[in-house]
Design a protein around this ligand. Structure first.
Ligand code: XIL
Length: 320
């Protein structure tokens, strides 16, 4: 069974229009999350900048609200994310902490956050985007790896596993849909981690795809090689964006292509044993991060802003 999930919009700085937080203010949107999906992810609400106003404080208000909503509606949750180079508060990035202090801060964070939701979290993205676009470990760009060394990756998994032995612990990144230097780097890293007995349970690819660049046709083959290592796999942030024509309305051809890409992703996921989770990174374009992040592109979700269905919606449904 493939859980189909959605990221709960909110807490980002990307919205082109200043919508009030959709999850708390848009009842129709909430109803769609509950009715259409079996899994939820926090788009931003479980990231450091959200959870950690200061070194001494945790703010779980928005994260707890997602967990409660999921429990009420019988949905599972993917936790996102524990160790990442982005959306870290200034008190961490600009604070003058020694490596020992930083290590204690990270450990406390993982123990507290994972521990809070222990037994209620299906999967955690423990490390996110640790390789750069050249498939090189972010030894400069990721403050944790820079200050604490690559060994910190294994520690994050060990701390998370101790805090919640039931949660499946994932390595997550973008542009690792197909077999390429970046997914090769993960393949090598994960083999090393497994050989060292590190509790890593899953490899996931985000799935931020543009029809401009074509479909990663070896997606299933790539996921399968991680499955062959004994791992679960997942697609965690699927959206399929396109260059918007003048006026903003995609052409029928673009929508058909977007639908085809969704179908191919679902088919790949279904074909790989141990791929149990496919999450859409939003469901309405007005709340999507895409227009604010990729200039000129958009329409990346499966519903129109009035909640009617794009061809991509039916493609997902039909391929399941
Ligand atoms: C994005 C959110 O969608 C935005 O709201 C936020 O402003 C920036 O982050 N890879 C990830 C996600 O792992 O956390 C990112 O989410 C998108 C890319």
């Amino acid at each position: 069974v493939l859980a189909i999930g959605c990221a709960v919009a909110g807490g980002g700085h990307h919205l082109s229009q200043p919508y009030p937080a959709p999850f708390t203010h848009d009842e129709t949107y909430r109803a769609v999350l509950a009715a259409e999906f079996t899994s939820l992810s926090a788009e931003n609400q479980m990231k450091w900048d959200h959870l950690r106003p200061s070194r001494d404080a945790f703010d779980f208000t928005d994260a707890d609200a997602i967990m409660e909503f999921a429990a009420q509606n019988g949905l599972v949750v993917r936790g996102h994310t524990l160790m990442w180079h982005n959306q870290i508060p200034a008190w961490v990035t600009e604070g003058e902490h020694s490596p020992e202090e930083l290590r204690a801060i990270l450990k406390e964070h993982i123990e507290t956050v994972v521990g809070r939701y222990a037994g209620r979290m299906q999967q955690w993205d423990v490390v996110n985007e640790i390789f750069d676009d050249a498939a090189v470990l972010r030894t400069e760009g990721n403050i944790w790896i820079r200050e604490l060394g690559p060994e910190i990756i294994a520690d994050c998994f060990r701390w998370a596993h101790a805090a919640d032995p039931q949660a499946l612990l994932f390595v997550n990144d973008y542009n690792v849909e197909g077999i390429n230097p970046k997914s090769d780097a993960y393949y090598a890293l994960i083999q090393d981690l497994l050989a060292d007995g590190v509790p890593v349970h899953g490899f996931s690819t985000q799935g931020h795809i543009s029809i401009r660049y074509g479909f990663p046709s070896d997606l299933a083959e790539n996921l399968q090689r991680f499955a062959d290592l004994g791992l679960q796999t997942a697609i965690t942030e699927l959206d399929v964006r396109m260059d918007l024509p003048e006026g903003g309305r995609p052409t029928e051809e673009q929508l058909a292509k977007q639908a085809e890409y969704h179908r191919l992703v679902v088919e790949a996921a279904v074909s790989v044993e141990g791929c149990r989770s496919l999450t859409l990174w939003g469901v309405l374009d007005k709340y999507s991060w895409v227009p604010g992040t990729f200039p000129g592109e958009g329409a990346a979700t499966v519903l129109w802003d009035d909640f009617t269905r794009k061809p991509a919606y039916d493609a997902v449904q039909d391929a399941l």
